[in-house]
Design a protein around this ligand. Structure first.
Ligand code: SAM
Ligand code: FES
Length: 349
């Protein structure tokens, strides 16, 4: 099957990954304690998933959003932002390209955009499922009604990413306007789980006013929810948001949280996120070495990528999908792991 990857340049074999020349010098810029934590997390990840890294093709299909989260670069009140929506044909072209590149999971992500009715979402989901029966469709389109989530599931979607953002009500109201409620967001996660989705929760590290106590609340909430996937990344500023003067989150703290999550949730699917790759050139490699086992390269058409700018300096906005795929394989291998062509379901837990 064509992978679109130059296998000579990016040999994707266990032998290549195991070769010492292909391993990153482990954690040159961290403390001994951090290195010990990351190494412990990596041991657990290897017991559970070996050196496998799952790839998800991320299709950012709409930058319209009805919400006004104070931190987010596609918030409703940014009237200057050029918005876009992909058509079903655009999305199907992304999926076709992604399939040829070896992706077996497609993540449809966007702002909360009521333009995409339930009928439209179901139509897109079922077209991908029919065209690519060996692939999983993940949705990440925010808070919707139970009935809508059920319809997407019936159409074939099996996974849903909805970061809880912060488990603390108090902190939630610092990050969001009053019209958004932490209870409703959590309710959505439980609805999705009840329907049978593999669910992904998560939060930003270093968002305004975040304290260690709030992070502990996040961990306790995750223990209760038991999500299949946990996505975290550093908070990064965007010039056109109310939080434009806030500092970025820290890479080291994000990596510590990834490692703690791996130790607490050995079975979990944990991405080395684009935000981590944005805050540091080797952020995603370090993420993998600290316990992450998923990467989500961009599959959106290159022409729109810059418009889905949740934060400043987002990486991968000028590259072709094939370039991201090759780049990510090389990054995984340089860290001692290997990308697998697999749907990458969560381990039973
Ligand atoms: N609308 C969907 C939702 O609400 O889940 C998906 C899109 S939303 C933009 C995806 C995630 O981006 C959010 O859950 C949030 O954690 C993250 N995000 C938004 N702004 C960010 C920022 N400035 N820095 C880092 N992450 C950010
Ligand atoms: Fe997109 Fe590296 S993953 S350029």
């Amino acid at each position: 099957m064509p992978t679109g990857i130059d296998e000579d340049l990016f040999p994707n074999t266990p032998e290549a990954s195991a070769h010492p020349a292909n391993r990153l010098p482990l954690f040159p810029e961290f403390t001994d304690d951090e290195e010990a934590l990351f190494t412990a997390a990596d041991e657990v990840r290897r017991q559970e998933y070996g050196t496998d890294v799952y790839v998800r093709g991320l299709i950012e299909f709409t930058s319209f959003c009805r919400n006004n989260c104070y931190y987010c670069g596609i918030r409703r009140d940014d009237r200057e932002l050029t918005r876009y929506r992909l058509t079903k044909d655009d999305i199907m072209r992304c999926a076709a390209e992604g399939y040829d590149l070896g992706y077996r999971t497609f993540v449809l992500q966007g702002g909360e955009d009521p333009f995409f009715t339930d009928d439209m979402i179901c139509d897109i989901v079922s077209a991908i499922c029919e065209g690519y029966p060996d692939c999983a469709v993940t949705l990440s389109i925010g808070e919707r009604e139970h009935e809508s989530y059920q319809r997407y599931y019936d159409a074939g979607a099996r996974r849903y990413l909805l970061r809880h953002e912060t488990a603390s009500d108090e902190h939630y109201h610092i990050l969001h306007p009053a019209e958004l409620s932490p209870e409703h967001r959590k309710r959505c996660l439980y609805d999705l789980k009840g329907i049978g989705y593999q669910i992904g929760a998560g939060f930003m590290v270093g968002s305004l006013a975040q304290t260690p106590e709030y992070l502990l609340e996040d961990l306790r909430f995750l223990q209760e929810l038991k999500p299949d996937m946990i996505g975290i990344g550093p908070y990064l500023t965007h010039h056109a948001t109310p939080f434009k003067d806030c500092c970025n989150g820290s890479m080291a703290m994000t990596l510590r949280m990834i490692a703690i999550l791996r130790l607490m949730f050995p079975y979990a699917l944990i991405p080395a996120t684009t935000a981590l790759g944005t805050i540091h050139p080797k952020g995603r490699e370090y993420g993998l070495c600290a316990g992450a086992n998923v990467v989500m390269p961009n599959l959106s058409p290159t022409g729109v990528r810059k418009l889905y700018a949740l934060y400043e300096n987002k990486i991968c906005t000028g590259e072709l999908s094939s370039e991201c795929r090759g780049c990510i394989a090389r990054r995984a291998e340089s860290s001692g792991y290997r990308i697998v062509v697999d749907k990458g379901d969560v381990r039973p837990h």
